[in-house]
Design a protein around this ligand. Structure first.
Ligand code: UD1
Ligand code: CA
Length: 452
């Protein structure tokens, strides 16, 4: 039978070093608050029960922590008395009785389900506490894992460590699995007699051993354990996340010419044989189907790009942009909340917003859907196989029929029937010799001035 598990996520920190108006766990990595990453990992690990230990911005953090398939209860830790105290804030959830209690931090968003499973496997094998450790060249600040004869005997916090202990490079990640049946009884034995005067969760190792139980440590990759205390570390997390995800994406069949310049969001979906040129940024909510090309310097958010469509260079797809197969959105075009039909072309310097563009329609350079009258947004409907001449303004609400042709430079305020030619512009008037007269007058005037 599979073991039940409660994940206790510590997120009550004050985030002082972030120098921010919000809790650090709300700061995004790849477009998703850090706490959201942790919750998604918990969900992907098949853990259905979470106790969120919150302090600052509790309501906002709880909201950002909502994820499908996970029942999260929140607990307020009103005073920051240490990690041991923080876990005990969730006493009521722990008391419900789970096989495993898994503690992890809200500010360590890169962890995958692997270390969770590894720690829990140790409990299943009879350990009372299993700690996830990592090896690092820069152990300063971390608790050190002290091992004797292959047994984890203690975790020593930096401030309490001897010079000899500080040389240890195997560190406590903060992730710890505790025998759920004994958890409360063990946690209650933690005191605050140490250099920081805090209730250290890490004391559990010695407490378990003193009671004749078994404590073990399991190694995990350092890159998954990185946490965040300040903005510089936030940038490191972003870099590590991007590096990992780009790698996965490329191995799944996506070409990136310069992957280090492509920024993905947590939920970016890229189909096989998609080609991503340099300097492309994906905001949240983008799906690109197979064989599409995203040319350089494009920015996409909340958009769907179908098979064989091409975007950019220098294109912006905003939320609700939905490009059908083989369509094209070219340079310096912006598309928002618009259906772009199959094979339609919007190639240059155009804004299409709140619109429907039919299949195989061609939108000329500089076309603008004037969707906003200052108060309301209106829809522009363009049929299939239509042609919109360059530099036309389509004043919404307006509709242009299938196969219609709008002359360049038109201002279209009324519906255009199917197959009609619409010329929405003033008639041209040529005044013979007039330009020459003006030019000669100007030259004469200049000459007069330099004389005088
Ligand atoms: C802790 C570990 C250390 C480990 C390190 C990994 C202890 C005593 N030490 O140290 O061994 O190497 O993490 O990053 O556990 N928090 C609360 N309430 C509190 C205290 C902390 O919610 O009262 C939260 C913090 O917001 C943070 C996490 O718990 O997310 C860790 O707390 P922090 O004070 O940063 O612990 P460290 O000193 O870094
Ligand atoms: Ca820390």
């Amino acid at each position: 039978m599979s073991r039940t598990c409660l994940a206790v996520i510590l997120a009550a920190g004050d985030s002082t070093r972030m120098k921010s108006s919000m809790s650090k766990v709300l700061h995004p990595v790849a477009g998703l608050p850090m706490i959201g990453h942790v919750m998604r990992t918990v969900a992907s690990a098949g853990i259905a029960d979470v106790a969120l230990v919150l302090g600052r911005d509790a309501d906002a953090v709880a909201k950002a922590a909502t994820v499908e398939g996970v029942n999260a209860r929140t607990f307020l830790q009103t005073e920051r008395l240490g990690t041991g105290h923080a876990v005990l804030s969730a006493r009521a959830a722990i008391a419900d009785g789970f096989d495993d209690v898994l503690v992890t931090y809200g500010d360590a968003p890169l962890v995958t389900a692997g270390p969770f499973a590894a720690a829990r496997a140790q409990l299943a094998a009879g350990a009372d506490v299993a700690v996830i450790g990592f090896h690092t060249d820069r152990p300063t600040g971390y608790g050190r894992l002290l091992v004797e004869n292959g047994q984890l005997v203690a975790i020593r916090e930096e401030k309490d460590a001897t010079d000899e202990e500080r040389k240890v490079t195997w560190c406590n990640s903060g992730i710890m699995a505790i025998n759920g049946r004994k958890a409360l009884q063990l946690l209650e034995k933690i005191d605050n007699r140490n250099a920081k005067g805090e209730y250290y969760l890490t004391d559990l190792v010695e407490i378990v051993r003193a009671g004749g139980g078994r404590a073990v440590a399991v190694d995990a990759p350092e890159t998954e354990m990185a946490g965040c205390n300040n903005r510089a570390e936030l940038a490191v997390l972003e870099r590590l996340w991007q590096e990992r995800r780009r790698q996965e994406v490329m191995l799944s069949g996506v070409t990136m010419i310069a992957p280090e310049t492509v920024f993905l969001a947590y939920d970016t979906k890229l189909g096989q044989d998609t080609m991503i040129e340099p300097n492309v940024v994906f905001g949240p909510g983008v799906t690109v189907e197979s064989g599409a090309v995203i040319h350089a310097f494009s920015h996409l958010e909340g958009a769907h790009v179908s098979s064989g469509a091409t975007v950019g260079p220098f294109a912006r797809l905003r939320p609700g942009a939905n490009l059908a197969a083989q369509s094209k959105v070219g340079n310096f075009c912006e598309v928002k909340k618009a259906e772009i039909g199959e094979g339609a072309k919007i190639n240059h310097l155009t804004y299409i917003g709140d619109a429907i563009v039919g299949a195989h329609t061609n939108i000329g350079a500089g076309t603008i859907t004037c969707n906003y009258d200052g108060i309301n947004k209106h829809v522009t409907q363009i049929g299939a196989n239509a042609f919109i001449g360059s530099n036309s303004s389509l004043i919404a609400p307006v509709s242009i029929g299938n196969g219609a042709y709008v002359g360049s430079g038109s201002v279209i305020t009324e519906d255009v029937p199917a197959d009609a030619l619409a010329l929405g512009r003033g008639r041209q008037e040529n005044k013979p010799e007039r330009a020459k007269v003006i030019r000669e007058r100007a030259i004469a005037f200049k000459a007069e001035k330099t004389k005088g």
